[in-house]
Design a protein around this ligand. Structure first.
Ligand SMILES: Nc1nc2c(c(=O)[nH]1)N[C@H]1C(S)=C(S)[C@@H](COP(=O)(O)O)O[C@H]1N2
Ligand SMILES: [Mo]
Length: 212
């Protein structure tokens, strides 16, 4: 099967839903970052539409400055230990959606499985539509950065990055690659798609870091 690849499976939620919606308190007392408006919808933002992918051949790969390169099929990836977190989502174009429930594998877990080396300080995420985005390793390793395959108890919809997307509740959402298929650990920083085109590399919504 190609196309959305959706299999309409419920996503098992292991354990409690962790509430990370309070992380804005690191930056003050405003849950809604400056210049944002809250929406109940979940708009779709993609540079070039939703790519086709095949659940049979899809691989999630980890390489670069690691002791063990990793390669998982979709089923293998979904069988890794997962968490479910309630998070807020902030798009740099000005909308925020509160209380999104994402289920997925913690970034920190992948760091451990791959044995990320001492010299790795940066991460470049690769996606099926050719999108890339970069983050410092120490920001990725924070609680809240997930490789999400579930949304609100269902499979993550294809438009929102299914089968797997990154979520980064500490930053604007362009730091969260939809359709993520590769994670590259780097000693030297490489800028991603929007970062090269003038968007902020730091992308902190509470500091309103929209442009670089
Ligand atoms: N692969 C990929 N990931 C991406 C994008 C994209 O175009 N391609 N757009 C980014 C932007 S700008 C935002 S705001 C969010 C939007 O996620 P959503 O469509 O689920 O709302 O995905 C981010 N991740
Ligand atoms: Mo965005």
């Amino acid at each position: 099967m190609t196309g959305s690849g959706a299999t309409d499976a419920d996503v098992a939620i292991e354990g409690d839903v962790e509430d990370l919606t309070g992380l804005y308190r690191e930056h003050g007392d405003q849950r809604l970052p400056p210049g944002q408006r809250e929406t109940d919808r979940f708009p779709v933002l993609s540079k070039s539409g939703t790519p086709a992918w095949d659940p049979e051949s899809f691989r999630f790969e980890v390489w670069g400055s690691v002791d063990d390169s990793l390669s998982y099929s979709l089923d293998e990836f979904r069988d890794l230990p997962s968490v479910t977190q309630r998070q807020d989502f902030h798009c740099v174009t000005g909308w925020s959606k509160f209380d999104c429930e994402f289920t997925g594998v913690e970034f920190a877990d992948i760091v451990e499985r791959a044995g990320v080396r001492e010299d790795a300080e940066h991460v470049l995420f690769h996606a099926l539509d050719g999108y890339t985005t970069n983050l410092p390793l120490d920001e990725c390793a924070r609680e809240g950065v997930l490789f999400a395959f579930g949304y609100d108890g269902d499979e993550l919809p294809a438009d929102h990055g299914g089968p797997i997307r990154v979520v980064t509740p500490h930053t604007y959402a362009y730091k969260g690659a939809k359709w993520v298929s590769g994670v590259e650990f780097l000693a030297e920083k490489e800028l991603g798609y929007w970062e090269k085109r003038g968007y902020s590399d730091a992308a902190n919504p509470w500091n309103e870091e929209r442009y670089g």
